[in-house]
Design a protein around this ligand. Structure first.
Ligand code: UN1
Length: 514
């Protein structure tokens, strides 16, 4: 399969100067070391080069960051929620002002095309707006008491320090989902971003620190620690961290969940997905193709919501696959900064190896692969691929595995019950969708015996959720919910209060005592 390849790629010097400009514009004073110097490396998947080195946090630094955040919490929790909202409102304004610079950092470190990188910053702005509104709506309930002269109610209080661990693929939005909400809830935050996206994190942190200074909030409400796994482990194990909100692989979640539970901390897990779309004979096929191509090939298949499995009725499978393959042929792959590019690079060589391995396994399991070739862009360390479509003879091991690369497995079904069962047959439960104009089919998919995912859509793809809904999924996806709706409740503690304003002391359940 041939696709247009956008080259030449930007040089490392050009990328370095964009990083310097962006970090200066957002007000970061971090020292950027030369590529050869020791420490944490900051690289770009655009050309695979190390751009800078940075000082890595020590365990002592994490300890100090938690202590500072815990101390800031003692005053922040008493700051009225709408006043806390003013900090997030200011952060939102700064994000609007610096949208382009932050998006450039996202493109450089995560390889997202400009439109998607801007979209990710927009997602931050949206969640800030949401959180500001929320700062006046942290409602509790008043409940009818069974006793005269008694009032029963629920109050919501801040929780403490929130440890936020984020992945490379949404290096800024997921931090914002957590941080904007945590801050209005009266919590303070210690953030450990992916070691693959430290520059982007420094940019975000600089803007939040400026917002703190502008509104007079303590800068310690937000701390950033940079480094590898052991830095995250410190957050996971430290009893001062009340909530660990972790986004990443199922493997990572399997470690984090039990370790946080062992100390009776709270964990909010947002792990892998193996998302499917069902396409029925009643679908608007052209609309379905557009939705499928964005969800499957967009972000080079590196969203947790990426469409990985297409479950299509056998009567339309050939036609639909032909349309998808034709659309894939038109996809410009290459420099994510170049106008018109729709598919940027894979994050690193390991990701490319995983893709090759999965395609080989799919072939061994009887799959017919179209696409999936690597493009020679003149840089050994950069991995650009044509998204792959793989027709599978049926369910198989590779189809049930999440490979974080643009591979779309196609399976066919005969009855809708069978399609729903196939949708639910994977260990993960993040996102799903059905393309149909038949209301009965759509409602069947959304019902209690329909899709078992945290997200179930009709006539749109599996990715690109708005921030207003709760985001997350079931089964191995971890069960957490972030961002909109009532996800804020995970960031607060609930107290049930019974107030007796009578002169009697009636006991509940009619109990008499002396
Ligand atoms: C992720 O991939 O971790 O729904 C988050 C989406 C985005 C968020 C994805 N709004 O695709």
């Amino acid at each position: 399969m041939t696709t247009t390849v956008k080259t030449p790629l930007p040089t490392s010097d050009a990328l370095r100067s964009r990083v310097r400009d962006a970090l200066t514009a957002v007000g970061s004073s971090v020292t950027l070391g030369d590529p050869g110097a020791g420490g944490l490396t900051a690289s770009s998947p655009i050309n695979g080069d190390v751009l800078f080195t940075l000082r890595e946090s020590s365990i002592g630094d994490v300890d100090a960051a938690i202590a500072e955040a815990a101390h800031a919490y003692t005053t922040w929790r008493l700051t009225p929620a709408p006043v806390r909202g003013a900090l997030v409102a200011r952060l939102g304004e700064l994000l609007v002002e610096h949208k382009a610079e932050l998006a450039a950092l996202v493109t450089i470190e995560a390889g997202k095309i400009t439109s998607e990188a801007l979209g990710e910053v927009q997602e931050m702005i949206d969640v800030c707006e949401f959180a500001v509104g929320l700062s006046r709506q942290l409602y509790g309930k008043t409940i009818a008491s069974e006793r005269p002269g008694h009032r029963l109610m629920e109050t919501w209080h801040p929780l403490g320090v929130v440890g936020v661990i984020t992945a490379f693929n949404f290096p800024v939005a997921v931090w914002a989902w957590n941080t904007a909400i945590a801050l209005v809830c009266g919590d303070t935050v210690v953030w450990k971003p992916s070691e693959l996206t430290p520059l982007t994190a420094l940019g975000c942190q600089a803007l939040l620190q400026r917002a703190c200074a502008d509104v007079g909030a303590p800068v310690e409400v937000s701390r950033l620690v940079l480094g590898e796994r052991e830095i995250g482990e410190k957050l996971v194990d430290d009893p001062r961290v009340a909530l660990v909100s972790a986004t990443g692989s199922v493997r990572m979640g399997r470690q984090v969940g039990p370790r946080v539970a062992a100390r009776f901390g709270r964990a909010l897990l947002e792990l892998g997905g193996n998302n499917a779309a069902v396409v029925t004979p009643a679908a608007d096929l052209d609309l379905a193709v557009r939705g499928i191509v964005f969800s499957a090939a967009g972000t080079a298949g590196q969203r947790c919501t990426t469409l990985r499995r297409l479950i299509v009725h056998s009567s339309i499978a050939d036609e639909l696959v032909a349309k998808i393959v034709a659309a894939y042929r038109q996809l410009p792959v290459g420099d994510p900064f170049a106008e018109g590019t729709l598919v940027g690079p894979l994050i690193h060589e390991r990701s490319y190896r995983d893709m090759v391995g999965a395609l080989q396994q799919a072939e061994a399991e009887g799959g017919e692969v179209t696409g999936g070739e690597r493009h020679d862009v003149g840089d050994e360390g950069a991995f650009y691929v044509t998204p792959a479509v793989v027709r599978m003879p049926g369910q198989s091991a590779v189809v049930h595995t999440e490979t974080f690369a643009p591979i779309l497995y196609v399976l066919t079904y005969e009855t809708l019950d069978e399609a729903v069962a196939m949708n639910n047959a994977v260990p993960q439960g993040l996102s799903s969708s059905i393309f149909t104009l038949d209301i009965r089919e759509a409602e069947r998919f959304l019902g209690a015996d329909g899709s078992d995912c945290g997200i179930a859509n009709v006539n749109i793809g599996t990715s690109g959720a708005e921030i207003g809904g709760a985001f997350g999924g079931e089964k191995e996806t971890g069960g957490g919910r972030e961002s909109g709706s009532d996800s804020w409740k995970a960031y607060m503690r609930r107290a049930t209060n019974t107030v007796n304003y009578s002169a009697e002391l009636p006991l509940a359940q009619g109990v008499t005592f002396g």
